[in-house]
Ligand binder design. Structure first.
Ligand code: MD3
Ligand code: FE
Length: 209
């Protein structure tokens, strides 16, 4: 479905096998050189979501190659197969399938939500490109709030994102406010390898070198 210009939601895009593969990979990244953790915000807050990054480390509000709190541990590499998956997402599902030929994501943010975790309304504007963001969800269903480009508040639309769903945010939707007001515990299938909680993987093009 096309919830807004430049946005595409494809329920169940990932196969069961791909979901299991991604869960296994996320476990390895979570225990890698820069372990998964709650991001600390510059004004003293701590995010309820836990995050591990690939390719570039996101620290609010910029991307770096290392994380300064783990002895300069270098961020895990962004794997080629994940870029392939992103290109296939655009080629299969995006407005101009040729966008899939040139899409070159160089970072992924892996977010883990337990039953209490939330993400407040925000825009993603630390990347220097307007290339689409590809989002993959696994595990418990969440309520995803998709807003507008002007304000954090209304108008917005609430959409459920379930295990296997693909969402692409490009064009006019790329800089829309969005957030995750709640996770629905117990809605995931343990056969993915995730007994509880929700994983979201977003692929991005930083435009950095
Ligand atoms: C719309 N993650 O990591 S995914 C984030 O489910 C983030 O973990 C949420 O927001 C999550 O920044 C939402 C959907 C998403 C991701 C990036 C976007 C929607 C977006 C970038 C621009 C517009
Ligand atoms: Fe975001």
């Amino acid at each position: 479905t096309r919830p807004a210009p430049g946005a595409v939601h494809v329920p169940g895009w990932l196969s069961a096998e791909e979901q299991r593969h991604l869960v296994r990979a996320c476990r390895e990244w979570a225990g890698g050189p820069v372990p998964i953790r709650h991001t600390r915000l510059p004004r003293g807050g701590v995010m309820s979501v836990r995050t591990v990054c690939l390719g570039w480390h996101w620290q609010p509000y910029r991307y770096t190659r290392t994380a300064d709190d783990v002895n300069g541990g270098r961020v895990a590499e962004f794997p080629g197969w994940l870029g392939d998956l992103g290109r296939r997402a655009l080629a299969d599902e995006y407005e101009d399938p040729r966008a899939g030929e040139t899409y070159a994501p160089d970072t992924a943010l892996v977010n883990f939500y337990d039953g209490q975790a939330r993400m407040g309304m925000h825009q993603d504007k630390d990347e220097r490109t307007g290339d689409p963001v590809v989002s993959l969800s696994i595990g418990d269903t969440c309520v995803f709030r998709f807003g507008n480009t002007e304000t954090r508040g209304r108008p917005y639309t609430d959409v459920e994102l379930a295990s296997g769903d693909l969402f692409v945010f490009g064009g006019p939707s790329r800089f829309a406010y969005h957030g995750v007001p709640k996770v629905l515990p117990g809605t995931g299938d343990p056969a993915t390898g995730l007994a509880s909680g929700r994983l979201n993987i977003t692929l991005r093009v930083t435009g950095l070198t």
